[in-house]
Design a protein around this ligand. Structure first.
Ligand code: NDP
Ligand code: 2IT
Length: 449
């Protein structure tokens, strides 16, 4: 792990002072600023005009009340957030998270990461993120719909295909995007398909968007493995979570010949010595919206469920953390290393703690940070925006081919940047610097705004 450069220390101190009580945001900013020492040494003009300070301050933060009526007729109140972080490269772009843990610091960390991730894709999208502390778990379809409608009743005035384009994240998938798009359309009287991505095909959604994040992460890791003449073929792979990113990571890993031995949800993890049956996972999680433990009840055989505990105790060759931030700790990293892991690919946003990242890198394990490895989701969202702008609809094959090319390009850009800055195979440094340089150049050319 790098230490912070003396010239950047005051910037970080200022961010720490002004964002107290937001540990995830400070964690994300610290990691990026640690990477930037080598950039400002080479190109000191990035220190001018408080450019880095501006990059650490969201352009706009919106916090709003979301009242709605539950099935019993009680009025419920939640809090909604949209952090419009940076629009130097295009309209704000990033998902919306529904989870009880959501607060402004978490949305700021996600918006900050998104800004660099979106820059890495090479596409014309700025960075933003939104969310709410609404907990969809156990809520009826009608409750979720009324919540989404109330959420959009405030948020719509801040959105637009040229302004801010949300998508899904934890707790938000096709169903929620449909309800939000419906309410946006009703409030504005405009069929503005490009205002949200992750839509159903008949509303202008893109083929392969559902699969994109997981497929993209797998393409990235496959290319990273190839730098050491390895591949997924025959490898044991653990994927944490069992939501959108996890499911389509498992699907593509299996296509590449990997064997998925374990996946999880927030209650526990399952192990199947015969390899996870993905159709059954989809049935349990996507169709029935049940807990992952149901898998073992239905499957039996050589599968078992472990309540609580860490999925990273299961020996694997490749680990793909795809649930949430800070889910893989230093202790988990030690266990994985002891058990012979060769690569880690982050499907989630910042799932490894700084300790864990340091241990992986010191052990020489290939490590793909989320802002590079999971960029396939937002990249395909940008492809959805392209299709909406041209009122076109591409085939699955065409879209997936574009996705694969984008992921290979992101991989290569990170690897080449790491090499250029004297840290070969350091994908954290490569991603942070490559993302930063693109945003910084775009900001610089706009003047001090
Ligand atoms: P989903 O809601 O579809 O799935 C989330 C999964 O992670 C569930 O299995 C959930 O378990 C588990 N999980 C969520 N929160 C926690 C927690 N606090 N502790 C343990 N497990 C948890 O979300 P996605 O798959 O869309 O998102 C997963 C990660 O990927 C997030 O970090 C997200 O920001 C990131 N991401 C998503 C993209 C997308 O396109 N959807 C794009 C890029 C990154 P349970 O059901 O028990 O809550
Ligand atoms: O974290 C992410 O990149 C996402 N949740 C997807 C964002 C998007 O706009 O598709």
């Amino acid at each position: 792990m790098l230490r912070i450069d003396d010239k950047l220390r005051p910037v970080l101190d200022d961010v720490v002072r002004r964002n107290a009580g937001e540990p995830e945001f400070l964690q994300a900013v610290t990691e990026v600023l640690e990477s930037l020492g080598r950039v400002v040494a080479k190109r000191p003009h990035y220190l001018d005009n408080a450019l880095i300070q501006r990059l650490c301050e969201p352009e706009r933060q919106i916090i709003f009340r979301v009242p709605w009526v539950d099935d019993e007729g009680n009025v419920q109140i939640n809090r909604g957030f949209r952090v419009q972080f940076n629009s130097a490269l295009g309209p704000y772009k990033g998902g919306i998270r529904f989870h009880p843990s959501v607060n402004v610091g978490i949305i700021k960390f996600l918006g900050f990461e998104q800004t660099f991730k979106n820059a890495l894709t090479g596409m014309p999208i700025g960075g933003g993120k939104g969310g709410t502390d609404f907990n969809p778990r156990g809520r009826s379809d009608g409750e979720v719909m009324r919540f989404c409608q109330s959420f959009m009743t405030e948020l719509f005035r801040h959105l637009g295909e040229y302004t801010d384009v949300p998508a899904g994240d934890i707790g938000v998938g096709g169903r929620e995007i449909g309800y939000m798009f419906g309410q946006y359309k009703r409030l504005t009287n405009r069929y503005e398909a490009g205002v949200l991505t992750g839509k159903a095909l008949f509303h202008g959604g893109s083929r392969a968007r559902t699969e994109a994040t997981g497929y993209g992460a797998t393409y990235f890791v496959e290319r990273m493995l190839a730098t050491r003449n390895a591949s997924f073929d025959g490898k044991r792979v653990s994927v944490s979570g069992s939501g959108n990113v996890a499911i389509y990571t498992m699907e593509k890993v299996m296509e590449f010949g990997g064997i998925i031995t374990a996946c999880s949800d927030s209650n526990g993890y399952i192990v199947d010595e015969d390899g996870i049956d993905l159709d059954l996972v989809k049935e349990v999680k996507e169709a029935r919206r049940e807990r992952i433990s149901e898998y073992v009840r239905l499957k039996g055989g050589r599968s078992h469920y472990v309540e609580g505990g860490s999925i990273w105790n299961v020996p694997c060759d490749v680990a793909m953390p795809s649930a949430t931030q800070n889910e893989l700790t230093g202790n988990d990293a030690k266990t994985l290393i002891k058990n012979g892991v060769i690569a880690v690919g982050e499907g989630a946003n910042m799932p490894s703690t700084p300790d864990a990242v340091r241990l992986f890198q010191e052990a020489g394990i290939l490590f793909a940070p989320g802002k590079a490895a999971n960029a396939g989701g937002v990249a395909t969202s940008a492809l959805e925006m392209q299709q909406n702008a041209s009122r076109d609809s591409w085939s699955f094959q065409q879209t997936e081919t574009r996705l694969a090319t984008i992921m290979h390009d992101i991989h290569d850009r990170c690897a080449e940047t790491a090499e250029e800055y004297g840290a070969p195979s350091d994908y954290v440094l490569g991603a942070n610097i490559a993302g930063f340089v693109r945003v910084a150049e775009a900001m610089d050319a706009l003047g001090v705004i």
